[in-house]
Design a protein around this ligand. Structure first.
Ligand code: PXL
Length: 274
């Protein structure tokens, strides 16, 4: 049977390559909700499954998806759609990174938004070292837009510490210089003051994005939402700074509308953006 062509106002297709976080506060679940809220057709390739352990302080139980199964998902996706815009979230192992880097090299998507998840709450720092190294070496050079949080900005910039917006601005520039990507470095609740400030640096201009801080505790899924919303906006054709601004306002609304559960952290709700 012949396929009907997509309607002229068909939404852009945006892919997330990310992990599942079973409670729906972060990861691929969050990315797909963000894509829906942003008006793009969201699809996902799962890299790992994270199940918090309520009996052990809600630590992460982490199970990687078999590298061949990741390759299979990407094969199915790439055969169905010409992928132009990708968001990359948690990859989790060097083997996963190898598969994803190979697929990016082969497919050459125009826009690659990287949320450089170096370590998740509850993960052993030591166990993550090889993964961090592989991410820097094989994925970061393929990113066109990168959204490090405070910890990731310290790691990726090589700075001793980031204690002020000036430090974060310097870190963003260093990460841009090292990667060539547009950088949106997030201060979040980690920088003192009334506002949640992020530094945007595309190599030619630097902007400080500011929104009122909502509480002093980080909410699960805010970083995933930001990167997914940037990808969605870029997929719809926005320029990087406009995409960053729209994404930040979606995150602010999603934090404002957060939901609580029996887990010790609240989860963002993108639907609150209306
Ligand atoms: O928030 C970072 C993150 C990303 N992806 C997955 C996660 C987490 C943190 O819990 O579980 C799958």
């Amino acid at each position: 049977m012949a396929q009907l062509p997509s309607t002229p106002d068909a939404p852009p297709v945006v892919l997330t390559i990310a992990g599942s976080e079973a409670t729906g506060g972060a990861g691929a679940q969050t990315d797909l909700k963000t894509f829906q809220q942003s008006g793009v057709f969201g699809i996902a390739a799962l890299t790992c499954i994270v199940s918090f352990d309520p009996k052990h302080d809600w630590n992460h139980r982490f199970v990687p998806v078999d590298p061949q199964v990741i390759a299979d998902q990407l094969e199915a996706i790439g055969s169905a759609y010409a992928i132009d815009t990708v968001k990359i979230g948690m990859l989790g192992t060097p083997a996963t990174i190898e598969v994803v880097a190979g697929w990016l090299a082969e497919t050459q998507p125009r826009t690659v938004v990287l949320d450089p998840v170096l370590i998740c709450k509850g993960q052993e720092p030591g166990a993550a070292l090889d993964t961090d190294q592989a991410l820097r070496q094989h994925i970061l050079p393929r990113a066109t837009f990168v959204t490090p949080n405070h910890f990731e900005s310290v790691q990726l910039s090589g700075r001793e510490d980031i204690a002020s917006i000036e430090d974060l601005t310097d870190a963003a520039r260093r990460i841009h210089d090292a990667s060539g990507a547009v950088v949106l470095a997030k201060g979040g609740v980690r920088l003192a003051g009334e506002a949640a400030q992020d530094v945007f640096d595309d190599g030619s201009r630097v902007d400080i994005l500011t929104a009122p801080k909502i509480g002093e505790v980080a909410v699960s899924g805010a970083g995933c939402t930001l990167a997914a919303a940037v990808a969605a906006e870029l997929g719809k054709g926005a320029d990087p700074l406009t995409a960053a601004r729209s994404a930040k306002s979606l995150v602010t609304a999603s934090i404002q509308g957060r939901i609580s559960s029996n887990a010790p952290f609240d989860a963002v709700w993108q639907g609150a953006a209306g």
